[in-house]
Design a protein around this ligand. Structure first.
Ligand SMILES: [Zn+2]
Ligand SMILES: [Zn+2]
Length: 247
């Protein structure tokens, strides 16, 4: 049991954050999730038009009839194993930095900020969700990092919306190399057989929401979705903090 996230949450309650997490300016009373109004205005929320499958932002020129499904170049060529994915933000420099502070700077309180925006997007999505499943870390990686960033996000969404978060059903049984710099095929190869469902009971016939921090080619989401589907999952949707046209 890692007590640090819990301790941080308690400290945050006793001493609420007074400065904006992005610019460091003092916060207004009605600030949203520790972000001042001017920073909030410039956050790169992904809006329409976006890909109907992976949720990546599309160029305005890709806009077709509102009712039509739209596909990014990737999803036109490659099918995915999940039903649909959405991300809150474009992977801009500011979001990249914020995720870095969360994952490597161990600013655990950011999980609540991200969890808030993920919960809002989930409510907008209209997806049916019975259970949240975070993308797992291999136990070696978990030991060295000290926490699973996706599991904390799942817990935060669970706290907001009351959907159970199951972080023990999906296991990463191969300590995969970092995927940075890999192309689509390399990512897929790297993740082959990386995940197993340890306990299919809670998965069978349920609508699963898979949580990860960043959506890149979708290789991780696909790899998890395949084993969840084999274990009998009914629907699989994917929610991440960020994605982009060129990530
Ligand atoms: Zn600010
Ligand atoms: Zn797409």
């Amino acid at each position: 049991m890692n007590w640090r996230p819990l301790l941080d949450a308690v400290l945050d309650m006793i001493y609420p954050r007074m400065d904006c997490i992005l610019c460091g300016q003092p916060l207004e009373k009605d600030a949203v999730q520790g972000i001042c109004s001017s920073c909030l205005e410039f956050l790169p929320f992904i809006r329409e038009p976006r890909c109907s499958v992976c949720g990546k932002p599309l160029e305005e020129t890709d806009r077709t009839e509102e009712t039509e499904r739209r596909y990014c170049p990737d999803c036109r060529r490659y099918p995915h194993d999940f039903d649909q994915a959405l991300s809150v933000f474009e992977f801009s420099l500011s979001i990249r930095e914020l995720i870095h502070r969360y994952k490597y700077g161990k600013e655990f309180s950011l999980s609540r900020t991200f969890g808030f925006f993920l919960s809002e997007l989930l409510q907008e999505s209209g997806w049916q969700t019975d259970e949240i499943v975070p993308v797992p870390l291999h136990k070696n990686r978990l030991r060295s990092r000290g926490f699973n960033q996706s599991a904390l996000l799942g817990d935060s969404i669970s706290g907001h919306l009351g959907i159970p978060c199951m972080d023990q059903v999906l296991i990463r049984n191969v300590d995969t190399k970092t995927q940075t710099g890999f192309n689509r095929q390399q990512r897929a190869d790297n993740l082959k057989n990386a995940f197993i469902v340890k306990n299919p009971g809670p998965i069978r016939g349920r609508n699963i929401l898979l949580i990860d921090d960043v959506y890149t080619t979708g290789a991780t989401a696909d790899s998890c979705s395949r084993v969840l589907r084999q274990a009998g999952a009914k629907g699989i949707h994917v929610l991440t903090i960020a994605t982009g046209r060129n990530v």
